[in-house]
Design a protein around this ligand. Structure first.
Ligand SMILES: CC(C)(COP(=O)(O)OP(=O)(O)OC[C@H]1O[C@@H](n2cnc3c(N)ncnc32)[C@H](O)[C@@H]1OP(=O)(O)O)[C@@H](O)C(=O)NCCC(=O)NCCS
Length: 154
């Protein structure tokens, strides 16, 4: 999919039920509706959704900007829209949104067993630079870092 076929915008309260459904389908530990709602209002939070022309939400990304470091908390695309570039478009939209805050780095942790996401992050330019044993109840965490290039065209 190209940037012309999907529309990226800030999440709004009316999106939360749909995002909560996606959370339950996609993640081992889905965020609650109240946690998702907090993401909408927190001053340090970025929360973007990807919509089709028919206004179907097919993906979202959430991150926190904390003292110049951006912590990427969630990125998800519905199963039948994966490998079509939506995740990359969401990540690029996050970079653009963060840009005025001049983040020094973007950090995240991912389950060691989540090889698809690790491959996705590597393709984006993240490097794996840490490991936390038993970080999750049933898995280890791999820590990743992305350094935005100054003046990067996004
Ligand atoms: C990770 C995720 C967001 C990627 O979204 P996506 O829209 O499929 O990603 P893109 O289509 O932009 O992929 C870009 C590139 O990343 C790599 N990539 C993405 N998914 C991959 C996979 N399953 N296996 C190998 N490489 C993959 C590829 O290089 C891909 O380019 P290509 O399709 O031309 O080969 C999606 O798989 C997802 O929602 N996973 C479940 C939720 C999750 O694990 N989130 C991350 C933890 S918070």
């Amino acid at each position: 999919m190209t940037e012309k076929e999907i529309f990226i915008r800030k999440a709004i309260p009316g999106d939360i039920i749909r995002i909560s459904e996606m959370e339950s389908t996609i993640f081992h530990s889905p965020w609650s509706i109240s946690s998702l709602e907090k993401e909408l209002t927190a001053s340090f939070s970025f929360f973007l959704v990807a919509e089709t022309r028919d206004r179907d939400i097919i993906g979202y990304i959430t991150a926190w900007n904390i003292h110049g470091e951006v912590q990427l908390n969630r990125i998800a695309v519905i199963d039948n829209n994966r490998r079509t570039g939506v995740g990359t478009i969401l990540f690029n939209a996050l970079l653009k949104e963060c840009d005025p805050h001049h983040p020094e780095k973007i950090l995240l942790e991912v389950r060691e067993s989540n090889t698809s996401a690790r491959s996705f992050y590597r393709t984006l330019g993240f490097i794996e630079n840490g490991f936390r044993k038993n970080y999750y109840r049933d898995d280890n965490a791999v820590l990743l870092e992305y350094i935005p290039v100054k003046g990067q065209k996004m």
